[in-house]
Design a protein around this ligand. Structure first.
Ligand SMILES: Nc1ncnc2c1ncn2[C@@H]1O[C@H](COP(=O)(O)OP(=O)(O)OP(=O)(O)O)[C@@H](O)[C@H]1O
Ligand SMILES: [Mg+2]
Length: 317
């Protein structure tokens, strides 16, 4: 199997008259990576994805997907796509809709029928296979769209806001499907507003603002391993606080709650031991990785609108 990047772009840009949607996009996505593309509304995420899919022509620059130039027909067979605004054939049933897309992919035979049923099961729509899409809820449409994106067993899947319109269970389903794709070695390029979703599923993320990548890296490196810790301790003498500064940065004390930052969790046992030696009764020690949303705000700037943190974070397993 080739080890060259699955997606590679070189100074791609797209201008709509004098509006610069994508200014300068150079990135590489390796095989098997779950790559998150994050940015505020209008940052250029969908435009970038459409250029990668060959759906719109770049104003300048170039790129390739699966080793072929953008838009190459043969490469498209090996690519799946869930658009942001899907135009569904509402008069078809769920099964007929997948069959139509299978035909568009020139998929044939018994294997295709099996695949359609497998996908209806995967997106939990088997019971609705014979219902017309017209009668589907927004979340059901999003799920059948996702099944469509996976139909050809693609090597790379582009998902543009796959969880929009989904309830927490639907979001969890998408997260689980994305993880399964990773296990199979499928590459996923994911545009998302749900930062907590990116946080739990992506290996690497790029932050895009006004058509420019402002930061790119693995989640670990972006979060910089920085750890925030909250400790609830009673009966600690105020003079004992000073001793904590040998490990802790930005120590804040509110009643019995101590909040501080650490470079590594390796320091936590020494801290709790110290607190106990000082006569403190330790009730809770809660390490908290600095959330992606904080990083997003820091990188993109506090003035940009964001969707609220969703509950997916509490589903984190
Ligand atoms: N067909 C088009 N004609 C003119 N301008 C366009 C077109 N498509 C996108 N744009 C503009 O390009 C910029 C980037 O839009 P894009 O849809 O790529 O952003 P996005 O990051 O996907 O945003 P969102 O999070 O809202 O989906 C915006 O200023 C948008 O108005
Ligand atoms: Mg978009």
């Amino acid at each position: 199997m080739s080890t060259s990047p699955v997606i590679e772009t070189d100074h791609l840009s797209k201008h709509f008259r004098d509006n610069v949607a994508v200014a300068d996009l150079s990135l590489q996505v390796e095989r098997g990576e779950i790559f998150g593309f994050l940015g505020p509304n209008g940052a250029g995420k969908t435009t970038s994805m459409k250029m990668l899919l060959g759906l719109i022509t770049p104003t300048a620059g170039n790129g390739n997907v699966l080793g072929a130039p953008l838009g190459d027909r043969e490469a498209k067979r090996r690519v799946g796509f869930l658009p942001e605004h899907f135009r569904f054939h509402e008069w078809l049933t769920a099964e007929e809709f997948l069959r139509l897309h299978a035909d568009l992919y020139r998929m044939e035979g018994e294997r295709t029928t099996r695949r359609i049923h497998e996908l209806l099961e995967l997106v939990e729509l088997k019971a609705h296979a014979h219902r017309k899409l017209r009668t589907f809820s927004k979340g059901m449409l999003q799920r059948i769209g996702l099944a469509q994106a996976l139909l050809s067993d693609p090597e790379v899947v582009f998902l543009d806001e796959p969880t929009s319109g989904l309830d927490p269970m639907g979001r969890r389903l998408v997260r689980d499907i994305t993880r399964d794709l990773r296990t199979k070695g499928t590459t996923v390029f994911l545009n998302s507003h749900f930062l907590s979703e990116v946080e739990v599923t992506c290996d690497r993320v790029a932050f895009i603002k006004e058509g420019i990548i402002v930061r790119i890296g693995s989640l670990d490196s972006l979060m910089n391993g920085e750890l925030q810790v909250v400790i609830r301790v009673r009966n600690l003498k105020p003079e004992s606080h000073q001793g904590l500064t040998r490990w802790c940065r930005n120590l804040q004390i509110e009643g019995e709650q101590l909040t501080f930052q650490l470079d590594s969790e390796d320091q936590l046992p020494s801290i709790t031991r110290y607190l106990i030696e000082q006569g403190g009764d330790v009730y809770t020690v809660q390490p908290k990785i600095i959330a992606l949303e904080d990083l997003f705000l820091e990188i993109i700037g506090e003035n940009d609108s964001l969707e609220p943190r969703d509950e997916a974070i509490s589903l984190k397993s």
